[in-house]
Design a protein around this ligand. Structure first.
Ligand code: NDP
Length: 322
């Protein structure tokens, strides 16, 4: 089968199209023939070695497709079932062996491509807005990179809850998309100082929560726009990792909270995984959550997909089609 493998960590060129044997399922696994694999920023971190993975490895942590084989202990799925998953490595390939307990059923009415576009970014947007800082109607959230993959979904969910959303984006085109997703205010943070603008937009009161996936270039100023006892939810570092900082700043800036959440810890049990994926699929089915699949690339063009994602050229979701 075709797969995108990383033998040495590095830039996009570290991704190599290789031929590998179709995996055999272990006792607790199912083998899935992929219809689509999601591209996510975490794939960049894995590829460049920011997150350590034993080499060589097949990249990708999100996919959807059809079960072709199951291990001896697997009862929850059978060949022919349509399934999707996130947070298990190896999806940039024609086939992947996945622990059966991490697979969720794809409901009728949701296509394989939609499912592959939902699992990682959709469940992330869901836990951020419903669990990490459960937004309430009337609260104000600052959402960074609001036209990105997670950003567009998080903006829609926050809007649907009834929160007031202040969105940051880098271009006018992205501003339009964030507005369509429900953002009430837009800050072009490459041209305007988002700290000054957010303070102005909240009449100096500050926001209840900052959802920050940008990290290095936004974190510190983000702390300055929180209301007293507000929460900084740092969930990524697209601009780089946040350097170590002195916790005393949290007291001085208003008894603030900071958390650094990860999807894996918000889908820890099978019950939580099924409930969360089911909730997001339900929003799609009900027409309350619109997916923006911006581009699909053949597997062989994984390098191009990464260059565009890292180059801030993309909006919404990128998929690889094996
Ligand atoms: P995005 O589609 O959001 O792409 C990244 C965006 O970040 C860019 O489009 C860009 O938007 C913005 N950005 C700002 N500065 C930079 C920079 N220097 N280089 C590149 N991009 C920059 O990606 P994803 O939706 O896949 O992921 C978003 C973030 O969420 C990532 O940091 C990812 O690691 C994190 N994440 C975390 C999860 C968790 O559970 N903790 C799960 C899923 C994702 P603009 O041009 O508008 O500035």
């Amino acid at each position: 089968m075709k797969a995108i493998q990383v033998k040495q960590v590095g830039g996009p060129e570290a991704m190599e199209l290789v031929g590998l044997p179709v995996p055999e399922p272990r006792a607790s696994e199912a083998v899935v023939k992929l219809a689509a694999s999601g591209v996510n920023f975490i794939d960049v971190y894995n590829r460049e070695g920011r997150y350590k993975v034993a080499l060589p490895f097949v990249l990708g942590q999100e996919g959807a497709g059809t079960v072709t084989a199951v291990g001896a202990d697997v009862k929850s799925v059978k060949p022919g079932d349509r399934v999707a998953w996130a947070s298990v490595l190896g999806s940039y390939a024609e086939y992947a062996a996945v622990p059966a307990e991490r697979l969720v059923p794809v409901p009728a009415g949701v296509t394989d491509e939609q499912a592959a576009a939902t699992m990682l970014q959709g469940m992330t947007a869901h836990y951020l807005s419903h669990d990490t800082f459960p937004l309430k109607r009337g609260q104000t959230a600052l959402v960074h990179a609001a036209a990105g993959g997670v950003g567009l979904l998080l903006t829609q969910m926050a809007h649907n809850i009834g929160a007031h959303v202040i969105a940051t984006v880098s271009t006018e085109e992205k501003a339009k998309l964030a507005r369509e997703a429900g953002a009430d205010e837009i800050i072009l943070y490459t041209q305007q100082d988002f700290e000054t603008e957010t303070k102005r937009l909240t009449a100096g009161k500050g926001v209840d929560v900052v959802y920050d996936s940008v990290g290095k270039t936004t974190f510190e100023k983000g702390l300055n726009v929180l209301r007293p006892r507000g929460m900084m939810v740092l969930y990524g570092g697209s601009s780089g990792a946040v350097p170590p900082f002195d916790l005393i700043a949290l007291s001085q800036k208003g008894s603030l909270f900071v958390t650094r959440p990860t999807l894996g810890y918000y889908t820890l049990t099978r019950e939580e995984l099924l409930a969360r994926s089911g909730a997001v699929f339900g929003m799609i089915g009900a027409g309350k959550l619109k997916l923006r699949i911006e581009h699909t690339y053949p597997l062989a063009q994984a390098q191009k997909a990464h260059r565009e994602l890292e180059g801030r050229k993309t909006t919404g979701k990128l998929l690889l089609i094996p």
